[in-house]
Design a binder for this molecule. Structure first.
Ligand SMILES: [Zn+2]
Length: 220
């Protein structure tokens, strides 16, 4: 497989892209301790989405890692995790949002958020904000205490750590460099996203917009 696309997400930004069945999406934390939120939708029917609940049901763990299959709301495999150099990600919490910052942290005014970055990036693909479900929060470190209380800790990822996901169907994917202070040990860093595959027959145009799909810009 060859590198089809490399997107460097600046801190507190996001993007969206098409990933075809059999292609691999590599999510890299270049500096360490940085979360990346990911959501996906079936390209053929965007009312089918990556489901935290279904995936946790079938994996029988809240901590997904290499070897686990990530399922849609229709219980079809969307992704297989083929590589994971960290082994701790969260699939319980929703993407950070302006409302979350206001409710939990009494933030006033605007605050960048994964939800806003996902909504903006997915809009060209016809996906509305209300369709954005619980995200796979790559590198996010959430401990569950015996009481059920959650504790958000600094990510365990170090510079260069990565997760590789193989697409099991054609997908529309939204992905961010997370904007929440607590999840990222107080400092916002970039995320690198690399798409690997073989589109030799189709990749005659720009790498930024293969298959005629609109190339969503990395958010400002
Ligand atoms: Zn976030």
């Amino acid at each position: 497989m060859t590198l089809l696309r490399h997107t460097h997400l600046e801190p507190q930004t996001g993007t969206a892209l098409i990933v075809r069945q059999g292609e691999s999406l590599e999510i890299i934390d270049p500096e360490g301790e940085q979360v990346s939120d990911l959501v996906s939708f079936a390209d053929a029917d965007r009312s089918e989405w990556l489901s935290s609940g279904r995936t946790i049901d079938y994996a029988n763990t809240i901590y997904v890692t290499a070897g686990h299959i990530l399922y849609s709301n229709r219980s079809r495999p969307m992704w297989t995790i083929v590589e994971d150099t960290v082994g701790r990600h969260d699939f319980l919490l929703t993407p950070c949002s302006l409302e979350m910052f206001r409710i939990l942290y009494k933030t006033t005014g605007h605050h960048p958020s994964c939800f806003e970055n996902l909504a903006r990036s997915l809009e060209p693909f016809g996906i509305v904000p209300d369709a954005i479900p619980t995200t796979l929060n790559i590198f996010m470190n959430v401990d569950v205490l015996p009481s059920g209380e959650l504790r958000i800790l600094p990510p365990r990822s170090r510079a260069g750590d990565r997760v590789v996901l193989r697409a099991e169907m054609d997908l529309v994917v939204g992905i961010t460099a997370c904007s929440a202070e607590l999840s990222n040990n107080g400092r916002f860093k970039p995320i690198d996203v690399r798409l690997h595959g073989d589109r030799a027959a189709r990749a005659t145009g720009s790498l930024a917009g293969p298959n005629g799909v609109p190339a969503a810009p990395a958010a400002e």
